[in-house]
Every structure is written in structure tokens, then in C-alpha cells.
Design a protein around this ligand. Structure first.
Ligand code: F6R
Length: 248
């Protein structure tokens, strides 16, 4: 992993948005799809703000963009304000010219008995577009990427998982109590993510400093799933000063 440290997450987010915009334009020039893997949560919000600005003020088109979101709570209604589905429309999709049929977000309403097949189909759908050109990631304090919690296998694919207690407690404020946070989620696997041609992972703020250190400087272990990224040859970890605080 190669890491870059910025004074503020504002500026860092603009740099990341610019890289994505550049890729979209290069693909446009070649009349190709640009396949983006997207994250939710607090970390990517300013990246999406800047992409929306580039669309509204600088004519960046998303007409050739295909997106696959990393994860969704399970079970979860799309209309629920806590859903990742809702988040993506609110922060990005409602404000750009992406084609509705090019948007893919794991569906938290799939029936239990159809879930296994649904996950297989999600994985196949990503592959049918030639895989992810670019994957945007945040990191959880458990070391999860997507919702690949500790114990996730290096070759794991899209599947349903049980969320860690720490992950649920970090999500508790937005759900008005941990008892309201779903116990499960659907997530792309480590194997899905690591096939992306380019990965940018972000961490902002002092609360992430410890897990950032373990991810970048620690050994590669399923206890810290993000550490698997050390084996990916085109990953950049973008940090603000606070998140980089513990690095040697
Ligand atoms: C969200 C996701 C998660 C988050 C992580 C950090 O789609 O896949 O891995 O990136 O939990 O969340 P924030 O950015 O809220 O600190």
C-alpha cells in the first residue's frame, strides 16, 4: 500500500474525486463503461459532493458510468433513511446523469431463501462488466472493508455476514440505539474488492489512527481484513493528519 497524507479531508476528497472524474473521461473518450465500486458512510461524502459539483458546474457526465456498491444492511428497506440505498441517492445518484439501470446496490429486501443466489448473481454481474475499474473504500474500526469483518477470507465473494459488535455500536447513533442496528449485512467479498484495477481507501480523524497503523504497518491477517490490501499492487491509502498520527 502506498499512502498519502493530507492536512484536511476536504482537500484529499477533491483529489480523489478528480482521479475518478479523470477515469470517467478517459473511458468516455474510448466509448467504454467506467465501472466504479462505491462506499457509503461518512468517509466518502465529500468525494461525492465534489463529483456532484463537477457534474453541475463542469459538465462531467456519468452517462458511461456503471456502479456497484459494496454493501447494504440486511434486512433493510430501500426507503429507510438509514439504508445505504437511500444514502447513495441522497449524496450522488439523484444529482448526476447516471442511468438508473447502471446503478447496483445490494438489495436488503431479498428474501432469506433467495439470498445465497442473489449474492452469486451480484458477483457475476460485476464480472459481466469486466470487473471494477476503480474501488473506493472506507475502513471500519474493526479493520473491515465493505462489511468484511475480522475472519473474512482472502478469497471471499459477495455474501451475507454478521456484523461485529463494534461496527454496530459505531452505527448506533444514526439508528437511535444499537438495538435498531441490523445484525447482518450483504457485502462484496475481499476477493471481489481485490480484483479491482485500482483501489483508493480513505480514513479521516483520530478514531481511525490505530486501525490505519495496523492495516499499513501490521502483518497481513484475517484479524484485520484491510491488511489484505498490502497484497494489492495499485492501492493508495489517503489519510488526513489525524488518521496518520500513529504511523511510524
Ligand atoms: C460502507 C462500508 C464500510 C465503511 C466503514 C467506515 O459502505 O463499506 O466499510 O466504509 O464502516 O465508515 P465511516 O466512513 O462512516 O467511518
Amino acid at each position: 500500500i502506498h499512502n498519502v497524507i493530507f492536512k484536511s479531508s476536504d482537500y484529499a476528497s477533491v483529489i480523489i474525486a478528480n482521479e475518478i472524474a479523470q477515469l470517467i473521461k478517459e473511458k468516455q473518450a474510448r466509448q467504454e463503461h467506467c465501472v466504479l465500486g462505491l462506499a457509503t458512510g461518512s468517509s466518502p461524502i465529500k468525494v461525492y459532493d465534489e463529483l456532484v459539483r463537477l457534474h453541475k458546474e463542469e459538465g462531467l457526465s456519468f452517462a458511461n458510468v456503471v456502479t456497484f456498491n459494496l454493501d447494504e444492511y440486511y434486512p433493510m428497506d430501500k426507503s429507510n433513511v438509514q439504508s445505504y440505498h437511500y444514502f447513495m441517492y441522497e449524496h450522488l445518484f439523484d444529482h448526476v446523469d447516471i442511468l438508473p439501470e447502471n446503478i447496483h446496490i445490494p438489495d436488503g429486501t431479498v428474501l432469506q431463501q433467495n439470498l445465497h443466489q442473489y449474492c452469486i448473481d451480484y458477483e457475476l454481474k460485476i464480472n459481466s462488466f469486466g470487473g471494477l475499474d476503480f474501488q473506493l473504500l472506507g475502513i471500519g474500526r474493526t479493520g473491515h472493508i465493505g462489511f468484511n469483518e475480522p475472519g473474512s477470507h482472502y478469497n471471499s465473494v459477495t455474501r451475507s455476514i454478521t456484523l461485529d459488535h463494534l461496527t454496530r455500536s459505531d452505527a448506533a447513533p444514526s439508528f437511535f440505539g444499537i438495538e435498531n442496528v441490523p445484525k447482518k449485512a450483504i457485502t462484496m467479498g475481499i476477493g471481489t474488492i481485490k480484483k479491482a484495477k485500482r483501489i483508493v481507501i480513505m480514513a479521516w480523524g483520530h478514531k481511525k489512527a490505530e486501525i490505519v497503523k495496523e492495516t499499513i504497518e501490521g502483518k497481513i491477517t484475517s484479524d484485520v481484513p484491510a491488511s489484505y490490501l498490502q497484497r494489492h499492487n495499485n492501492t493508495t491509502f489517503v489519510l488526513d493528519k489525524e488518521a496518520a498520527n500513529e504511523l511510524t
